[in-house]
Design a protein around this ligand. Structure first.
Ligand code: AMP
Ligand code: GLY
Length: 423
């Protein structure tokens, strides 16, 4: 099978690494890719925002499966366009990608199908949103409806913060994404991420993970795209997983199909495990980054037939096998991230990959044959071990062998799970 992978982050490096191990693979192309992905795929420069360009490449090169990493091309309709051309595509249609593209869409779906989530209202005017927030009181959560690069959510602990967040949204702080606002009840509990493959009808549970969104040790400082993650999430016991499938994932897949938008691809559920059980915080319609890196380190099964089955409606009866160990990844970012940072800083050396640890590239580039950092999040140093503490040790040992002056990382990824392990 010839495969084209779309994307250039650590998530796509992990997918490329795993797909490249498949005995079914005859060629792997990646657009645009990065220097890490180049070790397991042929990089091609394509305008991935132009479906006609992507489908022409597939026809000319005999590509029969396209795997889309990030959400933006999905929300823009890349999967619809490729499927119209008869090219199997891993990733949802634009209509199904609204599960990530519109928080209001997802909340309405939850309401229609009885899926547990915080009580909410949708607003298109500040005055009404403010009146609702005043009536409900704090803590309360204010969200820009659309894609806001992870920045459109305010968990307001005071009424003042909530009112200010409403003004920010309607004043254009998040552009078009903030033209509608969702206000929802604050959910108290422990967060976990849960991933399933879906083929429109069937859902195959993959695994759970927990991430660290804040930039600083002890989960302090501004939010980021994620500074590290580990899998499995200890809070996702077999019972919680069963309940999540039954109460959240399966009704979503049935509801999306009944509404005429069958969901194909990976469904990434952000959950709050509350005193009542699992409740949905949000959906994403792609693998998490860096959560994908820890999932791929634990996946024993061949990934390629699973992605192909999700893309072609044949997931029924398939299973995925996982290593029991913990995988943990630490993000190394450019100093200054998530604010401004220097670009093109040299990465002089990286530790060699082995059976325990592995470096996935995110924001790297090759300039005159030298590796440089070009992004905010640059490297994902990932390790597996029988315990969380062991995976944490192995990841930080590998980090200490990275020679990159302008890089930094959190030193405490996995701290909650390590503390739980020791208790
Ligand atoms: P989201 O972009 O929707 O995942 O929200 C970003 C983060 O805000 C989540 O990972 C949670 O930590 C937090 N959050 C979102 N919605 C809620 C909620 N209803 N209650 C508590 N925290 C929330
Ligand atoms: N790490 C969070 C995300 O990919 O959305």
């Amino acid at each position: 099978m010839k495969v084209l992978l779309i994307g250039s982050g650590g998530r796509e490096h992990a997918l490329a690494w795993k797909i490249a191990q498949s005995p079914l693979l005859t060629a792997l192309y990646a657009a645009p890719g990065n220097p890490g992905i180049a070790e397991c795929a042929t990089l091609v420069s394509l305008d991935v925002d132009d479906p006609a360009v992507v489908s022409a490449f597939c026809r000319e090169n005999g590509v029969t499966l396209v795997v889309v990493g990030p959400e933006a091309p999905l929300v823009a309709g890349l999967a619809d366009a490729l499927r119209r051309e008869g090219i199997a595509t891993f990733g949802p249609s634009a209509a199904a990608a609204q599960l990530e593209g519109s928080k209001g869409f997802t909340k309405d779906l939850c309401a229609r199908y009885g899926i547990p989530t915080g009580a909410y209202r949708r607003f298109t005017a500040a005055d009404e949103a403010k009146a609702y927030v005043r009536a409900e009181g704090a803590p309360i959560v204010v969200k820009a409806d659309g894609l806001a690069a992870g920045k459109g959510v305010t968990v307001a602990m005071t009424l003042g913060e909530a009112l200010a967040a409403i003004d920010d949204c309607f004043d254009g702080a998040f552009g078009a994404a903030g033209a509608e606002v969702v206000v929802e009840a604050f959910l108290d509990g422990e967060e976990a991420s849960f991933f399933c493959l879906c083929d429109g009808v069937n859902a195959l549970p993959l695994a759970s993970a927990q991430d660290h969104k804040r930039v600083g040790d002890g989960d302090t400082g501004p939010n980021t795209g994620g500074m590290g993650a580990y899998s499995p999430a200890p809070v996702m016991t077999p019972e919680m997983t069963d309940r999540t499938m039954r109460e959240i994932i399966e009704p979503t897949i049935r509801g999306m199909a009944a509404d005429g938008h069958p969901f194909q691809g990976v469904l990434f559920a952000g959950l709050m495990i509350t005193a009542k059980g699992p409740e949905l915080i949000e959906y994403n319609v792609r693998f998490g980054d860096p959560e994908c890196q820890v999932l791929m380190m634990r996946l024993k099964s061949d990934l390629l037939p699973l992605l192909h089955a999700a893309a072609t409606g044949s997931l029924g009866g398939m299973t995925a096998d996982w290593r029991e160990e913990t995988a943990l990844t630490v993000v190394m970012a450019s100093k200054g991230y998530p604010a401004a940072y220097a670009k093109n800083t040299p990465i002089r050396s990286l530790p060699a990959d082995d059976a325990i640890s592995r470096v996935f590239h995110a924001g790297t580039a090759s300039k005159d044959g030298r590796l440089v950092a070009t992004g905010g999040r640059v490297l994902n140093v990932t390790a597996v071990a029988p315990t969380v503490a062991g995976a944490q040790d192995a990841a930080y040992q590998a980090i200490d062998r990275v020679d990159w002056e302008n890089g930094f990382c959190r030193r405490d990824i996995g701290w909650r799970a390590v503390a739980r392990e020791k208790a």
